[in-house]
Design a protein around this ligand. Structure first.
Ligand code: CP
Ligand code: NVA
Length: 308
């Protein structure tokens, strides 16, 4: 049975803690090296990662490509539009073929059911590089960034401001697994997935939803936001006005703890979900967060192959 990484729960809290520790060690061991140079132990030597993109990507694409190279392997990157998948070949058949040709598959797609179907038909690990439902790889990098910056995850107060999207779903899922709390400041009608909230609450995390943005951010250790318009939602018109009170600006950051960190998975829209003074300011760790996608992906890949 292959180890698929479709959501954070597939790995669980202990494995996530081990992934973060592994990423910190491996990052330190190659500090200052050229980015294309393989790690000394090449733990996935000669392994090929096939990547399918049904949506745009900069960080996920480049970080997985660099990650597999640093682990000693190589990658093939495909846009679904240039694959037979884009002309109607089934997800199941694509999974079977790629399983014979590559050692692992990463996919960025829209409907989460597609990645489930891919995983059900693949004989190699399948990794979620973002779906409309979740973005688990991003959250491994986010947690790594928080730990690197001295935050201890259990009991951490994380404030999310803005749209209840795929990134938030995975943060909520992580809260249940790693025992931190999430205060969601979000307008009515744009809430995140209730199943993720229920699951995290059942695991003991305190997850609260606030229409008052000040309530959500007060005393937070971490402030997180993301685009108000996710990929595939470009037709949404009235959303920006509804989101405006939840913009992360200096007034918002002043209500969080003085040492609060600001996270954003990127790409950012300055003047919409975040003001330049915050994302380019001293509390922002977004560039570490982006770099950590590489180190996090390496841990995810190693977990998929039973090395973590
Ligand atoms: N954060 C993130 O997943 O970025 P990309 O869309 O550029 O991959
Ligand atoms: N919520 C965003 C994340 C992009 C990395 C989207 O789905 O477009």
């Amino acid at each position: 049975m292959s180890r698929h990484f479709l959501n954070l729960t597939d790995a669980g809290g202990n494995a996530i803690a081990a992934m973060i520790a592994d990423a910190i060690d491996r990052k330190a061991a190659r500090a200052g090296w050229p980015k294309g140079k393989p790690d000394a132990d090449r733990p996935l030597a000669d392994h090929v990662l096939a990547m399918i993109f049904e949506k745009s990507s900069t960080r996920t694409r480049v970080s997985f490509d660099i990650a597999i190279r640093q682990l000693g392997g190589s990658s093939i990157v495909m846009e679904s539009g240039s694959m037979q998948l884009g002309r109607g070949e089934s997800v199941a058949d694509t999974a079977k073929v790629l399983s014979r040709m590559a050692d692992a598959i990463m996919i960025r797609t829209d409907d989460h059911a597609k990645i489930e179907e891919l995983a059900a038909n693949a004989d190699v690990p399948v990794i979620n590089g973002l779906t409309d439902l979740s973005h688990p790889c991003q959250i491994i990098a986010d947690l790594l960034t928080l730990v690197e910056h001295g935050k201890s995850l259990p009991g951490l107060e994380v404030a999310w401001l803005g749209d209840g999207n795929n990134v938030l779903n995975s943060i909520v899922e992580a809260a249940g697994l790693m025992k931190f709390n999430v205060r969601i400041g979000c307008p009515q009608g744009y809430d995140s997935d209730p199943e993720f909230i229920k699951q995290a609450q059942a695991a003991g995390a305190n997850i609260s939803v606030h229409r008052d943005e000040n309530e959500a951010v007060a005393g937070a250790d971490v402030v997180v936001t993301d685009t108000w318009v996710s990929m595939g939602q470009e037709h949404v018109h009235n959303k920006l006005a509804a989101m405006m009170p939840y913009q992360v600006n200096d007034v918002m950051m002043e209500q969080a703890k003085p040492d609060a960190l600001f996270l954003h998975c990127l790409p950012a829209h300055r003047g919409e979900e975040v003001m330049p003074s915050v994302i380019d300011g001293p509390q922002s760790v977004v560039w570490d967060e982006a770099e950590n996608r590489i180190h996090a992906q390496k841990s995810v890949l190693r977990w998929c192959f039973g090395q973590i």
